[in-house]
Ligand binder design. Sequence first.
Ligand SMILES: C[S@@+](CC[C@H](N)C(=O)[O-])C[C@H]1O[C@@H](n2cnc3c(N)ncnc32)[C@H](O)[C@@H]1O
Length: 398
Amino acid sequence: MVKSTSAYDVSSFAANANVEIERLNAQVDLFWPSEGDLLEKIGLSNTMRLLDCGCGPGRLLEHIKTRFPNSHCEGVEIDSMLVKVANQKLSDLMLDVNVREGSAESFCDENASFDFIIMRLVLEHLPDPHKAITNLVKHLRPHGKLIVISNDFEYHLRTYPEVPELTPLYAAYCEARRNDGGNPCIGREVPQHLINAGLSLATVTVELAHNGLIGDQPFLKSEGSGIPAQLVASGYLDNAVLEPLTRNWLKMLQTPGHSISRQLWIAVGEKPSDWREISASKTSTEDTYKQSLSEHFDENESATGKVFKFIKHHLKLEDLKETDSLSAFGVDSMTAISLQDSIKLLTGTEVPLQQLLGDTPIQIILNTIERDSLQKTEQSANSTPKSPDTTEWDEGEL
Ligand SMILES: C[S@@+](CC[C@H](N)C(=O)[O-])C[C@H]1O[C@@H](n2cnc3c(N)ncnc32)[C@H](O)[C@@H]1O
């Protein structure tokens, strides 16, 4: 059995596992028409090799293998019960697809090299998304694509007429997932995760399911009441919300011209041919940036010397003089913020934004940094305990 590294557990996610499996299948069906088109648009075709990681009961594999019968499709899934369910279903349908038990973080098959790896509604449940992505990327061939489909619960299901209780419902859901170690709003962050794993970003898009195109039924099946009931049972959602939620949902459905829409975020990263493995350890973006900044400077250079050099380099203004002000070169607020952050990383001084945006000569900015650095040195000297050989006691002894 593979050790669980997930905030998702099919047996406790909704009222029971069978209800949850039905919900997962309906959720795949809800988006399949547009997801299938998107996969084709970004290059999936027959003869290609595809891995669905965290494939659950295997519905997406079912759709893909049916649409691309000559493709080679595999699944990997952490939950042994779901592995059985998926393999049984795929074999009942006589589809030549195998699902193996394993996790995104530790999946390892030296002989496997895929054209496409999909992670659908998985990353938001993982405590360390970077680890999972960097591991999967190793199994992509050069120019292979990693497709990550995620929720972002601030852009989730919306209706007309509005069902106000959806707001506390999603807030309760998000709190529960975060407490489990997941990130229910990861959708917007995925593109950066792909870049951090050394991929080049090929597509970022939002897919929308709308009842105008597919009717109400797929929404009813994929939303279900299992999750709200479970949130009430586990104390995240006030029971008093459940009744008006159900009534207002019904009222919405009975309103002529009502609308239900739901979004998913899709980000696709492509593995460059010169891809180099990036450590899966959690180095913060700040540490990496700090290191790359310090590589540019001589260790013995003064803080202000480094900053002046950095400003010239950052603005690509090699002729910049200390008497110049940055506003004369059209420094905008984004550049000013990035300068402020970089200067702080280099020197520990937060230069006021007003100096970076206004008519202040660079010399004054450098003076600010020098003064701050002197102050800090004095403060630390004053707070350092006196060494024993300068104490009165020592002098008395002498
Ligand atoms: C919300 S379900 C989505 C299932 C399927 N991808 C879909 O779109 O219907 C999340 C799935 O990811 C699986 N999972 C969770 N953590 C995993 C991990 N670390 N490695 C592989 N699968 C994982 C869960 O067991 C579950 O089947």
